[in-house]
Design a protein around this ligand. Structure first.
Ligand code: PMT
Length: 221
């Protein structure tokens, strides 16, 4: 019997949304149930990997055998990811990280007064780009691209700009895949190639993506 394909590999996976607090009751955040990232963690574990899952706030049970670290904000997610980075063979960024956070978090609930309220937002750290540029960069850095149009152009832009090995693009404008859905479909791009993962339950999509990861870890490409 052949050993499971990810036996002896260490995988670090991010999942779920980040929430950036405006005050004690309000936040800026992204849509994400965590299902895609949790499916990847469960599938990677089933394929024999040692898995660390950094999760934003989601209502999902931890897959058996997976080490889970819970976070809320992008800055906390980045700190948890970078702390877990040494010794990882691959990082897969499936989290929907909020790109902007309120410039300030009010300690007390902001009272409604004006008809219009302008919020000042500042960029959050790009966790995926930081991992790809890190001195302890895993051999493989895999991003996701959540797009509503021009999937290939934007995904390839992120692949190059963030220094990734693979990027898994999903169309989040459709109800039958992407955010919150039980199913997904991915187009995976790398510098000189692409691979379609057909519409299927997220567990199956996760296994197909991890098989591309295993191929690359095996060949050292
Ligand atoms: O959680 P589900 O409900 O199952 O939905 C799954 C999903 C649609 C959230 C998932 O499949 C997905 O596409 N995740 C990435 C969502 C996203 O934020 O994509 P993006 O195109 O905005 O970001 C590109 C990449 O950079 C992503 O890997 C993201 O994790 C990463 N990123 C983005 C911003 C930031 N500040 N730091 C990051 O690391």
């Amino acid at each position: 019997l052949a050993p499971p394909r990810l036996a002896g590999r260490r995988l670090l996976i991010s999942a779920g949304p980040t929430f950036e607090d405006l005050d004690p009751v309000r936040f800026v955040g992204n849509r994400s149930s965590g299902k895609m990232g949790f499916a990847l963690a469960a599938a990677a574990r089933a394929m024999g990997a040692d898995v660390t899952l950094v999760a934003g706030q989601v209502a999902l049970a931890t897959p058996p055998g997976v080490r889970r670290i819970d976070v809320r904000r992008a800055a906390e997610m980045q700190a948890a990811v970078l702390a877990a980075l040494p010794g990882q063979d691959a990082y897969i960024g499936a989290a929907a990280v909020a790109d902007y956070a309120p410039a300030e978090t009010a300690r007390q609930k902001i009272k409604k007064k004006e008809e219009r309220l302008a919020l000042e937002l500042v960029r959050t750290p790009d966790i995926l780009a930081a991992v790809a540029a890190h001195p302890q960069r895993p051999r493989l850095v895999v991003g996701f691209a959540a797009e509503t149009a021009d999937l290939e152009t934007y995904a390839r832009g992120k692949l190059a700009a963030k220094g990734l090995d693979l990027i898994a693009a999903n169309d989040v404008s459709r109800a039958d895949r992407g955010f919150e859905a039980d199913d997904n479909a991915l187009t995976v791009f790398w510098r000189d190639g692409r691979h379609e993962i057909a519409h299927a339950p997220k567990a199956q999509v996760a296994r197909a993506l991890l098989s591309l990861v295993a191929d690359r870890l095996e060949t050292g490409r």
